[in-house]
Design a protein around this ligand. Structure first.
Ligand code: HEC
Length: 153
């Protein structure tokens, strides 16, 4: 083929549209992978606080509960789970709660009540299998919220 100005322009236009198509396909694949709602009403202060509590509070505490359960130490399971149960409501700052959507608060409440169920399973059954089941239910409350919301864009 003879290289003319027209053929160069046509080749460039084709290259641009192919690239645009690839970028578009990638963007829509990315969007399909993450359809969580971004929490835009949460200030930096409470976002940092919430992420810190998830990372160094909740996540660690669930692991400690599992370790105590594996060791058959029901008293520790009960104590750790009770701390994060209804008892935790008293530690929640109203200023933070005011920035969270009602549905998210409902999911948070369900999680705290599920911690109490872990404590109850430890106290009333003393059975590691029953406690594992209650921890699994608790973790459904974690994942339900994680599948719905995000704090980081
Ligand atoms: C009511 C909602 C909600 C519940 C319940 C919840 N989380 Fe989260 N969690 C979030 C949100 C929102 C983020 C931020 C995710 C993002 O922006 O990518 C998060 C982030 C995290 C992170 C990452 C923190 C970081 O530094 O990025 C961890 C770890 C975590 N959660 C653990 C847990 C565990 C364990 C539970 C259950 C025991 C739990 N969460 C329950 C809403 C929740």
């Amino acid at each position: 083929m003879k290289i003319t100005k027209t053929s160069i322009l046509a080749a460039s236009a084709l290259a641009i549209s192919v690239t645009a198509g690839v970028v578009w396909a990638q963007d829509s694949a990315d969007a399909a992978m993450d359809d969580r709602e971004l929490l835009t009403t949460v200030s930096d202060h409470w976002r940092i606080h919430l992420l810190h509590d998830m990372r160094e509070g909740l996540f660690v505490q669930v692991q400690e509960i599992l370790a105590a359960n594996a060791a058959g130490d029901m008293a520790t399971v009960e104590a750790l789970a009770t701390e994060r149960g209804k008892a935790h409501f008293a530690h929640m700052d109203p200023a933070m709660m005011a920035e969270l959507p009602a549905q998210m608060k409902g999911m948070g409440k369900a999680m705290h009540l599920a911690f109490d169920d872990v404590a109850t399973a430890a106290r009333e059954t003393g059975d590691p299998a029953a406690v594992s089941g209650a921890v699994s239910d608790l973790m459904m409350a974690c994942t339900a919220c994680h599948l719905t919301y995000k704090l980081n864009p």
